[in-house]
Write a protein that binds this ligand. Sequence first.
Ligand SMILES: Cc1cc2nc3c(=O)[nH]c(=O)nc-3n(C[C@H](O)[C@H](O)[C@H](O)COP(=O)(O)OP(=O)(O)OC[C@H]3O[C@@H](n4cnc5c(N)ncnc54)[C@H](O)[C@@H]3O)c2cc1C
Length: 486
Amino acid sequence: MIQTRGFDVIVIGGGPAGCHTAMAIARYSNQNLSILLVDRNPRPEFGKKTITGWSCGDAVSKGSIENIRENLGVTYYKPELEHYVRGVVAYSPDHETSVLFEGDGYVLNRKLWPQKQLESCEKFGIQMRFHIAARSLLVEDGSVVGIEGVDQTNNSVFRETARVVVDASGCASVLRVTLPIKSYIQKEIDRDDIVAIRRYILEFDHGGEDKTFFDPDVCIIHLDQYLAPGGYAWTFPKGDNKVNIGLGVQKKSLDRRNRIFRKDDNLKSLVDEYVGSNPVIKKAKLPDGAEDRGNVDNAWQASVRRPNDCLVANGYAIIGDAAWMPRPIDAGGLGPSLYASVILGRVIAEAVEAGDVSERSLWKYNLEYMQGYGSQMASFEVLRRFLQNLSNEEISYGMKHFLSYEDVEKITKREHPRFSRIRLLEPFMLFRIATHWPLANGLRYTVKKHSSLLELYNRYPESPEQFPEWHRRLQGELEKAYARFP
Ligand SMILES: Cc1cc2nc3c(=O)[nH]c(=O)nc-3n(C[C@H](O)[C@H](O)[C@H](O)COP(=O)(O)OP(=O)(O)OC[C@H]3O[C@@H](n4cnc5c(N)ncnc54)[C@H](O)[C@@H]3O)c2cc1C
């Protein structure tokens, strides 16, 4: 039996979710708690997601960076905030409609940003261990009490105990999948709720001016079911002659598209075609400066479902990609990770100081996250399922005729659009609805579903006992939507 614990908290994973949670715990406990952060990478490669790099589109809103400055007192500057943008523009497949989602943001240098996070963690007194790959959770009396893994410097067993373990080990978390105690945390994800993503960082010469393909002031998204089936392609500026360019696809949608068009495309061939068809990007080359080396060409995955329906268990919490937090319609996971880290840090600091790290005590994190950022995500999951099944013609038509300014504003605020144009009883709109009935009707359905899901999330259970009944109702709502958009 473990009597004393080595640390108050162990955080696994030095990505943005893990680092900011560790800093938040330190901040909210006035640095009174002992915190250990372990990452499987060596120090110079801290926070690296896979052996191919810090795979990311690198885009983050200014609001998310400000949230960290305001709550944790941590400020980021250049060079980690590599390039400023004033918003995101999405183009319809026929390129006839563009929608600007206005809002300041940055395209990060994802290799340099973790080094700044590492420096800040050390200033907060957090102990860092590199080269430690966590493999399993230690448990006792139905509670998580530590981790076991491998110290990769000498292949020895690494074992450490704590009152709370935070799993921030990314979307392929082995700890969540093998969680050995009774809990409401869902362990497995449906593979259709994952997108495969590949991207390059490129320097290039300008082959001309075409702001629908490259604009140094905005992040560009190209919606196209042929080019990026079930996902989208992006061109995010990192300077006047530098981009982060890539695309994400749903495997099932790619297989269907290949069958229909008798093609044999894969992620690499699609992204190469996307880069090759860009009239602005010419003489592209992979940069070899130290700030990008080892991070210029990589592929990885992201979840596009609602967050895990429960984020805590006795002595254990999940966050970031390990908790499926990326937004279902664009796979943006940095904003929700940073938002959640502030909540989780505060809840853990209070729980440890109160001497109660049970599921019930950590439940406040569930409640605050689900009633805040998390509340919109289930309806975005339904919308995503609907959009993935639309044809290019339907997407172009919908963007042109059914999307209003109000909808764009809602999406910019990470809220579900209302598609109120579809309710207008004008002759023109009636004609458009009639000629595109499945599209109009499907969009209307997503709005109705959004209302019922939002209501459900606003009544997220206040204690673990109420969870099974709430979850039964959530599953009922979602199953109806899945039956509608199979
Ligand atoms: C190609 C791509 C493009 C994306 N583009 C964007 C974008 O433009 N904007 C946006 O907001 N989001 C984007 N996302 C999502 C975003 O990158 C993630 O949501 C974010 O990185 C999640 O942070 P995290 O800390 O939860 O996980 P991660 O960043 O994955 O960090 C996990 C860390 O844990 C370490 N680790 C894993 N397992 C173990 C273990 N067993 N033991 C010890 N350490 C371990 C990893 O090495 C890593 O350091 C993109 C994702 C991909 C794949």
